[in-house]
Design a protein around this ligand. Sequence first.
Ligand SMILES: *[C@@H]1O[C@H](CO)[C@@H](O)[C@H](O)[C@H]1NC(C)=O
Ligand SMILES: *[C@@H]1O[C@H](CO)[C@@H](O)[C@H](O)[C@H]1NC(C)=O
Ligand SMILES: *[C@@H]1O[C@H](CO)[C@@H](O)[C@H](O)[C@H]1NC(C)=O
Length: 369
Amino acid sequence: MAKVLCSLLLLGSAVMMTTACPKYCVCQNLSESLGTLCPSKGLLFVPSDIDRRTVELRLGGNYIIKITQQDFTNMTGLVDLTLSRNTISFIQPFSFVDLETLRSLHLDSNRLTELGPDVLRGLVNLQHLILNNNQLTRISKEAFDDLLLTLEDLDLSYNNLRGIPWEAIRKMLNLHQLSLDHNLISHIAEGTFIDLEKLARLDLTSNRLQKLPPDPIFARSQISSVLSTPFAPVLSLSFGGNPLHCNCEILWLRRLEREDDMETCASPPSLKGRYFWYVREEEFVCEPPLITQHTHKLLVLEGQTASLRYRLNPEELWQRLQDASRNLPAKLPEKLCARAPRAKAALNAKDGHTKCSNNLTGLLQLMAK
Ligand SMILES: *[C@@H]1O[C@H](CO)[C@@H](O)[C@H](O)[C@H]1NC(C)=O
Ligand SMILES: *[C@@H]1O[C@H](CO)[C@@H](O)[C@H](O)[C@H]1NC(C)=O
Ligand SMILES: *[C@@H]1O[C@H](CO)[C@@H](O)[C@H](O)[C@H]1NC(C)=O
């Protein structure tokens, strides 16, 4: 009898173990994977008695304020973690370091203001990182280091971001979706998207962008995108609600064949408020460069120097030189080459010329056209 009782007790404790479930939560052991569901239960912190074998953990809609290193320790089988709609304003560095199988992390609608370098450490299999509707103003350059190659979906929309670690984005070779809409971004680093061949959706709506950097990826956003293959899908690109500066620098964008997406020009004054796609190509102009000073002779022999000073922003110069190179030998005076390395690179890429011309007169005539 004592023996039976003893084994009954043992059995009882074994059952208790497998069904241990934090107060207020529902635990499901479906097809041998444990789900711990605690949505909207008024929780103030992550329960400490969650079964460490849990595969799915839902903690959305509570009042959790912070995440600590203890909260998810040993949860090495967790695949899906939802922390949406809490009041999280602080995540201790290395809090997710054991979550090596985590694929999806939902942190949307919280109060995060910053992502430090070690907050996302250890998430080496993360595919979906959802951070929209926080108050993020800063993201460390190293924040995404452990997930660069696995991330497919990054949502940073509805934050207060002025900048993004573009170098990191550039390395996210498996990215399918990038949502950066409704932030304060005024600059996108050139070359950011060059290697993102799988990118299918890029949302830049409602930021402070005056222009987009020219990038081959945007060719995939055209209506008749002939380039699209399963490996390089059509790109859904949105950039409405930005104060576009409609000059020669974004003529390339106007030349894309796209559906009218209600984008408008914010400047120059003459084009303010006009629909981007209705502005004629000829109206996307840049001021001619203003030559403020030059040496007496602009035509010199090889080895001799000639110099000039001009007032023009480098981007405009770049566009102007590109246009010029369509018509004439792609040769640039040394001085200009040195001052506009990007122009040089662009021209080299176009037709292989590496030599710079010593004939400034011709180039200036062209540029002033
Ligand atoms: C889930 O149930 C299976 C048997 O169906 C059992 O082997 C496993 O230990 C249970 N997992 C958890 C976390 O309780
Ligand atoms: C995590 O696992 C280690 C090693 O198995 C153990 O010593 C530790 O107590 C565990 N911590 C928690 C919070 O479960
Ligand atoms: C310099 O460029 C101008 C304008 O294109 C051209 O007329 C002139 O012949 C050039 N001079 C030399 C030496 O190449």
